[in-house]
Design a binder for this molecule. Structure first.
Ligand code: CLF
Ligand code: SF4
Length: 520
């Protein structure tokens, strides 16, 4: 892939509702207020409480998608009440979850609003750190307005501490902004893959709008205008917005910079650039025509090129439309409708608050540990390394190498330790023994990393990792991740300075396609 760079000259997008949008010209600069991400670029998903206004912090502090820090501690759940869709994306097969917010994989059960509400209350009573309820398909939330808003209406009354979150392709969005505000739905995601209808025509074969099916460029033009209008309307009403973009190599990879600047100018709080998931067995147009997804390096390159615009989210797990749990895990099997019907549901707000206070204390300890580790670094010489981390939550290195179904990737330097992504893998450990066939795929998934931080690791994978140039590190078991990564980095630099090792660049890594791994 050729280097992605910011366009040299600014171009001007067509103004929609009176707002002039300058791409690359950085038109809007209203500060990081409730209007979203038009302010300082540090105010993104990785920003902490000191880096944004208090009212924004209140909205994002326990939303696992809007705050990277929160995603180590807080869980979300989706209820699959929205089966229909009003557009066709070339990366979607209607038999599968919406690729906008959920990875391909059939939804186990579609729910009525009453079933959905019961399920949410059941999960909330069992998982007190579940703070957000999202409706993200399996079709489009706003193509099923009656079911979507009936679910939100009931939850607004019955579970006032749960944040409500909605995901849409944006076509119907301008029609429902009042309804969104009425139920205090404070977080809305719009999937925007283009701001140029010529690009859009390669992604969307048709839309269904005003009782008509519309094809080609005209369809993409209408979708684009509705998306931009909906985003502007939400910004004007103080709703936090996130834009999801699917990175499709050769179609919109070089265009996403323009998308980033356009949505920033319209007040988007976050921009989540996700890799296309495209496999022939999904039966999508892109899967069947051989359109590939990006590699890890290609994804990072596009994300890095967009920095300085709308703030980036990099911890998305492209979750299912019925996912339950921390991002990266799925506990939906524990909450089937049959199980929920038999559960004794006690929605105890006091218990939930008490639990979340404990989570907050732990989270502050994680921030303090990072601060202390940063203060202990040698002078920053610009060197950076990626480390993979095996974790099952709480912000700690607390998973065995063989049990990890994903590794979290952190970029570490003397100046910072930042989450930059995750890599799904198959479990290396299969019920007590290591699966030799799996190890090469795990190494491929973290091949761009210099070290892997784990709670425990066996002798065999340890040796093979070393041979592949990835250092297995288990001395920080059960420590906070950033502190562990920074401590490893300090030691790494000391060993380089002593001539014990040399720092060599690593290779690219593969983004895994295919089935979701259930939590171990
Ligand atoms: Fe769900 Fe989406 Fe709300 Fe999060 S997911 S509706 S904003 S509560 Fe999150 Fe999942 Fe990525 Fe979506 S990790 S796919 S960004
Ligand atoms: Fe599929 Fe979602 Fe696109 Fe609709 S908006 S076609 S459900 S990916």
């Amino acid at each position: 892939m050729t280097q992605i760079t910011a366009p040299a000259a600014s171009s001007t997008l067509k103004p929609l509702s009176g707002i002039k949008v300058e791409v690359a010209g950085q038109a809007a600069a209203a500060g990081c207020g409730t209007s979203g991400g038009a302010g300082k670029s540090s105010c993104g998903s990785s920003a902490g409480r000191d880096e944004m206004p208090a009212e924004i912090w209140e909205k994002v502090k326990n939303h696992p998608c809007y705050s990277e820090e929160a995603h180590h501690h807080y869980a979300r759940m989706h209820v699959a009440v929205a089966p229909a869709c009003n557009i066709q994306c070339n990366y979607c097969n209607r038999k599968y979850d919406c690729s906008n917010e959920s990875r391909p994989g059939v939804v186990s059960q579609k729910l009525t609003p009453d079933q959905a509400v019961k399920k949410v209350l059941a999960v909330a009573s069992e998982i007190p750190q579940m703070t957000v309820l999202g409706i993200a398909g399996p079709g489009d939330a706003l193509a099923n307005p009656a079911k979507t808003f009936e679910t939100f209406r009931q939850l607004h009354e019955k579970a006032p501490d749960i944040k409500l979150c909605l995901s849409t392709n944006g076509l119907a969005l301008p029609d429902y902004v009042d309804e969104i505000c009425k139920y205090n739905i404070d977080h809305v995601t719009i999937t925007i893959n283009m701001v140029d209808p010529d690009v859009g025509a390669r992604i969307y074969p048709w839309i269904f709008y005003n009782h008509k099916r519309i094809h080609g460029r005209e369809a993409a033009e209408i979708l684009h205008e509705r998306q931009m209008l909906g985003l502007e309307m939400l910004t004007a009403r103080g709703v936090l917005t996130k834009v999801n973009s699917v990175l499709i190599p050769g179609i919109n990879d070089k265009h996403l910079y323009e998308v980033n600047r356009a949505v920033k100018a319209r007040g988007a709080f976050l921009h989540n650039i996700m890799p296309l998931i495209s496999e022939a067995e999904h039966g999508t147009v892109f899967g069947l025509t051989g359109q590939r997804g990006p590699s890890a390096q290609e994804l990072k390159e596009v994300q890095d090129a967009c920095m300085g615009g709308a703030n980036l989210m990099r911890h998305c797990r492209q979750c299912r439309a019925d996912a339950v749990g921390l991002l990266g895990e799925d506990r939906s099997d524990e909450f089937t409708i049959d199980q929920v019907e038999q559960m004794d549901v006690v929605y105890d707000l006091g218990k939930r608050r008490a639990y979340q206070e404990k989570v907050e204390a732990q989270r502050q300890a994680q921030v303090d540990a990072k601060r202390a580790a940063l203060a202990d670094q040698q002078e920053d010489d610009g060197m950076k390394a990626l480390v993979a981390v095996a974790t099952k939550g709480q912000g700690k290195v607390n998973e065995h190498f063989g049990h990890a179904s994903e590794f979290q990737i952190f970029e570490v330097s003397a100046a910072n330790a930042t989450f930059i992504g995750h890599r799904r893998v198959d479990h290396y450990c299969q019920g007590g023994w290591g699966e030799d066939d799996v190890l090469p795929s795990v190494i491929t998934a973290i091949n761009d990393c210099h070290a892997v931080l784990v709670a425990k690791i066996g002798a065999c994978p340890r040796d093979e990792l070393k041979e592949a140039g990835i250092e297995p590190v288990d001395q920080f078991a059960h420590e906070f991740i950033e502190m562990a990564a920074l401590s490893w980095f300090k030691d790494y630099r000391e060993r380089i300075a002593k001539g014990e090792i040399t720092h060599t660049p690593r290779g690219d890594a593969e983004i895994r396609q295919g089935a979701y791994n259930k939590a171990a």
